[in-house]
Design a protein around this ligand. Structure first.
Ligand code: FES
Length: 315
């Protein structure tokens, strides 16, 4: 669908906020807290951005984009090329980070990982639910939405932490996560280091893994394993498809006429998740948990490869 860039402004260091509206001013497709849209800021580039406004707002999709140093073209196109009044192509919304009923919801955000968490906070506040939001960043200046959160009707539920000590508070994660009940849920979004810390500490504090939900805002760097060639076998047809060193599995499959739905193509969203019948996957994604990776029953063929010469996929 095409949308209009109604407003574009900087809301923190290197973070630009975009208001997107329909071309004729009518309501957009509804979304739920935690949802994202696919945005095509330039030909051949598709990026996923979480919606950060309240799901109750039907006229606008708000996305906040961090300009990354190692941008593969997406964030720099959004910052430098896309202007107010432009038309943008988008798809979605889709939600892979959905809120579920809880007695109390704990939200933890790191850096630009605040984007889906903002939408969740707005929803939980509007629904009268019990929640807390803990927001970590490098410095006050780097943290988007601080002003909005400070003025929100739920400001007493929000806690800020900065690496440079600007907020004078330190996140005592073990203490925070130790005080929980069985029906509570925990959502974390941010860089892989923060997510790993939260997941490990939640495990240590006795959280059930089904009550802990996470979403990465960027891919972790792929392992530096050499990209060896291997063969993928399609279980349903027995077709063998070679994957050469410079190809991903999904690229090799597409070239052979086997379509696998993808979205992020960075191992972040889980759209391409595929069951593994045999072989040893070389997991390079940030989506699967350590446990899921160790089981080797599923993999993300958009970025992961194979340690074994043959990989049989349930396709
Ligand atoms: S397409 Fe997103 S994880 Fe593969």
């Amino acid at each position: 669908m095409k949308v209009r860039v109604a407003r574009k402004r900087m809301v923190a260091q290197e973070v630009c906020l975009f208001d997107l509206t329909s071309l004729d001013g009518s309501d957009l497709q509804p979304f739920t807290a935690g949802a994202h849209i696919d945005v095509m800021p330039a030909p051949g580039i598709t990026r996923q951005y979480s919606l950060c406004n309240s799901p109750g707002q039907r006229r606008t999709y708000q996305i906040a984009v961090l300009k990354t140093k190692d941008s593969r073209g997406g964030s720099s196109a959004m910052h430098l090329q896309v202007q107010e009044g432009d038309t943008l192509e988008i798809a979605g919304p889709r939600n892979l980070f959905e809120l579920r009923p809880a007695k109390k919801t704990l939200l933890i955000a790191g850096g630009i990982g605040i984007t889906p968490i903002m939408s969740m906070a707005e929803h939980l506040s509007a629904a009268g639910c019990d929640f807390e939001l803990h927001y970590c960043g490098r410095s006050k200046e780097s943290m988007a939405f601080r002003d909005r959160l400070a003025l929100a009707p739920y400001d007493h539920r929000v806690h800020f932490y900065t690496d440079d000590g600007g907020d004078g508070a330190t996140l005592d994660l073990l203490r925070l996560l130790s005080a929980h009940e069985a029906e509570d849920r925990l959502y974390v979004c941010g860089p892989s280091g923060l997510i790993g810390w939260v997941m490990d500490t939640a495990h240590q504090a006795g959280w059930h893994k089904d009550n802990v939900h996470r979403e990465f805002f960027g891919a972790t760097p792929a392992l530096k394993n050499a990209n060896a060639a291997f063969v993928v076998r399609i279980r349903s047809t027995g077709q063998d498809i070679p994957v050469v060193a410079h190809q991903t599995i999904t690229q090799a499959l597409a070239a052979a006429g086997v379509a696998v739905e993808t979205s992020c193509e960075q191992g972040v969203c889980g759209t391409c998740l595929t069951r593994v019948e045999a072989g040893l996957p070389d997991h390079r994604d940030s989506y699967l948990t350590t446990e899921e990776k160790q089981s080797n029953r599923v993999m993300t063929p958009c970025c992961s490869r194979s340690f074994s010469p043959l990989l049989v996929l349930e396709l």
